[in-house]
Design a protein around this ligand. Structure first.
Ligand SMILES: NC(=O)c1ccc[n+]([C@@H]2O[C@H](COP(=O)([O-])OP(=O)(O)OC[C@H]3O[C@@H](n4cnc5c(N)ncnc54)[C@H](O)[C@@H]3O)[C@@H](O)[C@H]2O)c1
Length: 443
């Protein structure tokens, strides 16, 4: 089987199917298509499928011309037909893994994909799950579904877990140059999944099982969540103590060439990964009567940050001759992080929601990447352009996301009051007494 795969890779006859054409799936599909392999994208979203088949890119990090080219050349096409993976040699699952309202894992999208694949599973296919999930998902949930086909894993077909590490907005580390970890259900599953991914990734790191690979991904994201929580807590302590700026402290600590890695405070965490993934593990741990204290504590601190920002806003408004209800509050940046157009679980939305619940009537926002948002049933459109007049109108300007294409000098020069939760104004000059930096120790 390995020889056959090597042959198909060498002569470009390997066919690829990708379930889920989002932030993870489309870049992956594009990499294979660029290398001259036939790729079929499968997505339940008919709008994405139609766009892609028309050669239209909808993922910010990808190059429009590259997407158009592979579609025109016939290397990439998309369908909403969920059982369309039957001709593929390698099948990737890149569907969402959200949590429920009660923050329990929702792996229903993975299960739907597995059911669809099982219906047409044939000997020689390699299935690689890339969606982030809790240890045991591949073996205890996906494997039994695929086994219903009557085929035998490791002999007839192959199954592995290989977590995605893509970091949207990161220009340096891309799909191709970021190493990937692979854990197969059997050694041959690992070998074949390694071989397939080696087509588009420079370094593939095999591990002993899917569970190890699943836990590896969660460790990576929990590591970030815990360290961000630590610095968020210290930011609040610096504000309480006064006279110590956490941003300066982090930069100073980062000069240590070993044993330290800088993390930065902010208005909270968002996106589809760092916020959600830790809960997948704490849920899985419960079955073993185990409480994941670090995860719980980190979540508590990180999820308190929008409430802390609300407190800073309310303190600022209390200093001005205007009531909270009448105050004009301008939110700068609503994407969950800098220079991306991803709004999922953004802490800025939580800040807006809290202000709404405080009866603030005049909330506006500006985000060059996100033209409109919906918060708790209320619809907002972004201010079309950030101008001195727009800034002057606001009682307080709250920088929730530090997009790099915003003129922060103009923000400092023309705002009445600024709450900077990202230290975005650090390189600005002039009088900054009206700029309150989260964790700046200004009291
Ligand atoms: N976005 C990231 O930066 C990132 C990074 C690493 C890992 N991940 C993980 O990768 C997975 C995918 O995340 P994403 O950000 O690409 O999500 P996404 O929402 O951008 O894309 C998922 C796509 O799957 C489609 N889909 C849903 N159900 C489907 C089904 N049954 N069959 C086919 N398609 C279906 C959706 O329509 C959507 O287009 C998640 O598990 C996430 O945690 C994401």
């Amino acid at each position: 089987m390995e020889e056959l795969f090597r042959q198909k890779i060498a002569d470009r006859t390997l066919q690829v199917a990708v379930y889920g054409l989002g932030y993870v799936g489309l870049p992956l599909a594009l990499e294979f298509a660029k290398k001259g392999y036939l790729v079929l994208g499968i997505d339940v979203n008919a709008d994405k499928v139609a766009k892609l088949n028309a050669g239209e890119n909808y993922i910010q990090d990808l190059d429009d011309a590259e997407v158009q080219k592979v579609v025109q050349q016939g290397y990439l096409r998309a369908t909403t037909e969920l059982t369309a993976s039957k001709d593929a040699d390698a099948i990737f699952i890149c569907v969402p893994t959200p949590f429920t309202d009660h923050k329990d894992p929702d792996i229903s999208y993975i299960l739907q994909s597995a059911e669809a694949i099982a219906r047409t599973l044939r000997p020689g296919q390699v299935v690689i799950l890339k969606s982030t999930t809790f240890p045991g998902t591949t073996n205890d949930y996906v494997l039994p579904i695929l086994n219903r086909s009557g085929l035998e894993v490791g002999k007839d077909y192959f199954l592995a877990f290989s977590p995605e590490r893509i970091d949207p907005g990161n220009k340096k580390w891309t799909t191709a140059n970021t190493p990937v970890v692979v854990g197969g259900v059997t050694p041959q599953c690992t070998e074949l999944a390694t071989l397939v991914q080696g087509v588009i990734v420079d370094t593939v790191v095999p591990v002993s099982s899917p569970r190890v690979a699943e836990m590896t991904k969660l460790l990576e994201n929990i590591f970030r969540s815990v360290n961000i929580a630590l610095v968020n807590e210290l930011a609040q302590l610096c504000d309480r103590m006064g006279g110590i700026n956490i941003w300066e402290v982090v930069e100073a600590a980062a000069t240590k060439p070993f044993g330290y890695m800088p993390f930065y405070p902010g208005p909270g965490i968002g996106g589809h990964c760092i916020l959600i993934d830790p809960y997948y593990l704490s849920w899985a741990a419960r079955k073993y009567d185990f409480v994941t204290n670090f995860i719980t504590l980190a979540a508590e601190v990180n999820e308190s940050m929008p409430f802390y920002v609300r407190e800073l806003i309310e303190r600022e408004i209390a200093r001005q001759p205007v009531s909270l209800a009448e105050a004009q509050i301008l939110i700068l940046g609503v994407a969950f992080k800098r220079d991306v157009d991803d709004l999922r679980h953004s802490p800025a939305l939580k800040v807006i929601e809290l202000l709404q619940s405080d009866q603030v009537r005049n909330i506006t926002y500006y985000d060059p990447y996100i033209p409109e948002i919906q918060v708790d049933g209320q619809h907002y459109t972004s201010i079309p352009a950030l101008t001195p007049a727009v800034l002057q109108q606001a009682n307080v300007v709250v920088i929730t996301t530090d997009h790099s294409n915003v003129d922060y000098q103009m923000v400092v020069d023309h705002s009445r009051a600024v709450i900077d939760t990202r230290n975005a104004c650090k390189n600005t000059t002039g009088d900054k007494r009206h700029v309150l930096v989260l964790g700046g120790g200004q009291r």
